[in-house]
Design a binder for this molecule. Structure first.
Ligand SMILES: C[S@@+](CC[C@H](N)C(=O)[O-])C[C@H]1O[C@@H](n2cnc3c(N)ncnc32)[C@H](O)[C@@H]1O
Length: 295
């Protein structure tokens, strides 16, 4: 039986609701001009007002992760290789559409989430032309109730707590374990029991020989779970030192923030951690938060 939280909803329902909250925060911040994302508005009708601390925190999170994914796709392209993105617990994330809009469509892009979330995402994609347009390819996109299969983009309903089922579903959706692959878990593993999330990280490290695992959360467990190298940096350092200073000045002019202590506290609570295996030697050790990957 599903566990019931104090609010009278099941634990899974509470987890699913975190996606609505993340999407609403992202929509509000993009409306304010923190970063450009023309697609998030299609997944969230209206954004409630959020405090500047929240918007700056999301700015650091989204910009840092996007920067890393972009470098991965660019590096593999430069190395003349195909690339694959697997976003686990993707929610209503828009990275696929943002990459397509700058000509960086990966060969395969997979998103996995619980069926309640993917069925809603399916509906949004099916009915919004700017989202649907990016699914065109050599064959027409196939829509199920909670899954999509198109030439490059694949939406998969699955539970990350069951690695065997995840493996089966991703293979059925067309994952190629030989392709350079970047995994993204943005604020997801915290909702999964540590033993099961370790299994997930281990599964990814064992099966994908040229890969990166980008995780936004307070933890670092790659080396114990089959990855050859890793690094982590807290979000306060990302915000204060690693994102471009002119960008931070621009963002800080958007809204007045009375005092910075709360933002610092919020940023220090999280880190981005990255694990990688680079059997193809595409230069993954050079992917960094300054912007351009160097070998
Ligand atoms: C806080 S939201 C983050 C969504 C998205 N990654 C983002 O940052 O905008 C957490 C997401 O993880 C998903 N999730 C949590 N546990 C999961 C599980 N066991 N299997 C699949 N998805 C899960 C939730 O449904 C939700 O969409």
């Amino acid at each position: 039986m599903a566990a019931i939280c104090s609010e009278g909803i099941t634990e899974d329902e509470a987890i699913i609701a975190t996606n609505n909250d993340a999407t609403s925060c992202k929509r509000y911040a993009t409306e304010k001009g923190y970063w450009r994302d023309e697609f998030v508005k299609h997944f969230c009708k209206k954004a409630e007002r959020k405090s500047p601390e929240i918007s700056r925190g999301y700015y650091a999170r989204v910009t840092a992760l996007h920067n890393l994914v972009t470098q991965f796709v660019s590096l593999t392209k430069t190395a003349g290789l195909k690339s694959q993105v697997i976003s686990l617990g993707a929610g209503f994330d828009t990275t696929y559409w943002r990459l397509c809009s700058v000509g960086l469509q990966p060969t395969n892009y997979f998103e996995v989430d619980l069926a309640t979330v993917t069925s809603k995402k399916c509906q949004y994609i099916k009915t919004k032309l700017p989202l649907l347009d990016a699914l065109q390819g050599s064959h027409d996109p196939l829509f199920g109730v909670d899954e999509i299969n198109s030439t490059h983009y694949h939406l998969v309903a699955g539970d990350l707590r069951d690695t065997e089922q995840l493996d089966r579903k991703l293979l059925a959706a067309g994952v190629d374990k030989k392709l350079p692959t970047v995994f993204i878990t943005e604020c997801v593993l915290v909702y999964i029991e540590p033993k099961l999330s370790s299994q997930l990280i281990e599964w990814a490290g064992k099966h994908f020989s040229t890969s990166m695992f980008l995780n936004y959360e307070p933890q670092r467990r790659y080396l114990n779970n089959g990855w050859s190298a890793s690094w982590a940096v807290d979000m306060d350092t990302v915000y204060q030192q690693l994102l471009p200073a002119d960008e931070i000045s621009r963002v800080e002019r958007l809204e007045f923030l009375d005092e910075g202590d709360l933002l610092t506290q919020l940023l220090r609570h999280y880190c981005i951690s990255v694990g990688y295996n680079d059997k193809n030697d595409v230069g993954l050790a050079g992917v960094n938060l300054h912007g351009t990957a160097h070998r």
